[in-house]
Design a protein. Structure first.
Length: 436
RNA sequence: GUGGGCGUAGCUCAGCUGGUAGAGCUCCGGAUUGUGAUUCCGGCGGUCGUGGGUUCGAGCCCCAUCGUCCACCCCA
């Protein structure tokens, strides 16, 4: 019978890698807490129409990357390919946007049917941040400052570049679209195949094309900046001043247009050259029209999402290494099976009395020699030993495993707990450093 | 969807021009009846990704297929 294995592009995360991810996530959460952002959770599955309308049905994501299926009642459902649409739906459905502002974040898996490669998976995890009800550019700057604090916290600030652009108001964007179309239509037969397909559906995306011939044609294309109305220009100019005030360096890249239809005004990507082809670690922007488009009252919104797999790869390559995974403090073993009950109980009492202590109890059977081998392999600093004698006299033997030939000592449990109450003695010397 | 590299033990990998499947690590046992990490000895572990073909004979050559990695594309 064929072996069952994980679905293509949906990799398992093994203990070492997961420890790294948990560390990264903890650091990110610490920053979010400092900013006072509130956490929400959306379902992984939404009505297909939410993404068709929210993300835009001319986008690559909706056109060819969604996991869409019918449930047993025949309703069309989709595994979320991104978080913003669902977050807006959540806010609308529960009245979170009525006469109030929101600063929210969420984290979880997203699903896109693409060919897997480095930093790109079919199930991948994003941490997303969305703010609602803030029309002015201050929140744009706050979010970019939040990102910058993330990078500093993880030690990857040198590896990331902020690329910034503005699409202007929906009116500006529409005006530019018309201007671009007027310029490109006569040149249509010189465009590459993808760009021709995009010409009517999503012409701004052509700016993003990496085909050299197409880029050459674009050299004389109308300038988006020239189509910006006064208010759009003021918004962008103010944002740039705020970024200067926050000492956040950036480059304006007019080619950043983003692949999701809902963006207006500010759009940005944090990119790196350290991860191969998938260089965007974090991307986002303002989407002032989205809430209305999904049936709500006009509400300004702005947000970003970052790919935790990519970010973790970057931290591994360039960032602050997490402290070595804390090894066990104590490994409890009975010398044979007859005292397993006492060993289990000892472990439990230690954990209750000293919650900071990490305690593992031997559960694998075997002879004394095998038990000590396990104790050693566990990385624990001390083995707590229960044999015939100890159980008889109500004591426990404490054997240091990482201090050369330090002597084994015998304690009553209350005395040992008292002895360790202020923490274990600091490890002696670096030569005994042990992983895991 | 397109292109290229790679699939041999749990892991990392060798395997000559086609001629009886190997090493290191890990794990288990013994040397040592209640004491680990060193050392020595022994052991477990494989439909060589899968299916077909060529051949007296295939891990090796051919075809197909699946997986994986990288790139295009796209994005997180």
């Amino acid at each position: 019978m064929a072996k069952i294995q994980s679905i293509r592009g949906m990799p398992d995360v093994l203990p070492d890698a997961s420890a790294m991810r948990l560390w990264v996530e903890d650091r990110l959460k610490a920053v979010l807490a400092r900013y006072g952002y509130a956490h929400v959770r959306m379902p992984l599955v939404e009505a297909t129409a939410l993404f068709a309308r929210g993300v835009g049905d001319g986008t690559d994501i909706v056109e060819k990357e969604m996991y869409t299926f019918e449930d047993r009642s025949g309703e069309s459902l989709t595994l979320r390919p991104e978080g913003t649409a669902g977050c807006v739906r959540l806010c609308e459905e529960h009245g979170l946007l009525y006469n109030q502002t929101q600063r929210l974040w969420y984290q979880g898996p997203m699903f896109r049917y693409e060919r897997p490669q480095k930093g790109r998976y079919r199930q991948f995890e994003q941490l997303g941040v969305e703010c609602f009800g803030f029309p002015g550019p201050a929140i744009d700057a706050e979010l970019l400052g939040l990102c910058a604090d993330f990078w500093r916290e993880l030690g990857v600030q040198e590896a990331l570049t902020l690329e910034l652009n503005t699409l202007g108001s929906p009116e500006s964007r529409a005006a530019y679209r018309d201007a671009l179309l007027a310029y490109l239509r006569p040149l249509a037969d010189q465009l590459d195949e993808d760009s021709q397909r995009r010409l009517e559906r999503n012409p701004l995306r052509i700016l993003d094309s990496k085909v050299p011939e197409t880029q050459a044609l674009l050299a004389d294309a109308p300038d988006l900046a020239a189509c910006l109305d006064e208010a759009s220009r003021a918004h962008f100019d103010a944002l740039r001043r705020y970024l200067d005030a926050l000492a956040i360096p950036y480059v304006v890249n007019p080619r950043i247009v983003r692949g999701l239809d809902y963006y207006t005004h500010t759009v940005f990507e944090w990119t790196t050259t350290a991860l191969g082809a998938q260089g965007t670690v974090c991307g986002g922007g303002r989407y002032d029209g989205l809430v209305e488009r999904l049936g709500g009252r006009p509400t300004p919104g702005i947000g970003f999402a970052m790919g935790l797999e990519r970010l973790t790869l970057l931290v591994e390559a360039h960032g602050a290494a997490p402290a070595e995974a804390a090894p066990l403090d104590v490994y409890v073993l009975a010398l044979d099976e007859t005292h397993s009950a006492e060993a289990l109980a000892l472990g439990q009492r230690l954990r209750q009395a000293l919650p900071a202590l990490t305690v593992q109890v031997h559960c694998s059977g075997g002879k004394a020699k095998a038990r000590f081998k396990k104790a050693d392999a566990s990385g624990a600093r001390y083995a707590l030993i229960l044999g015939e004698t100890e159980v008889a006299e109500g004591t426990v033997a404490v054997k240091p495993l990482r201090e050369g030939d330090a002597a084994q000592t015998t304690w009553t449990l209350p005395a040992l707990i008292d002895h360790w109450r202020e923490g274990l003695p600091s490890p002696s010397g670096t030569d005994v450093a042990t992983r895991r």
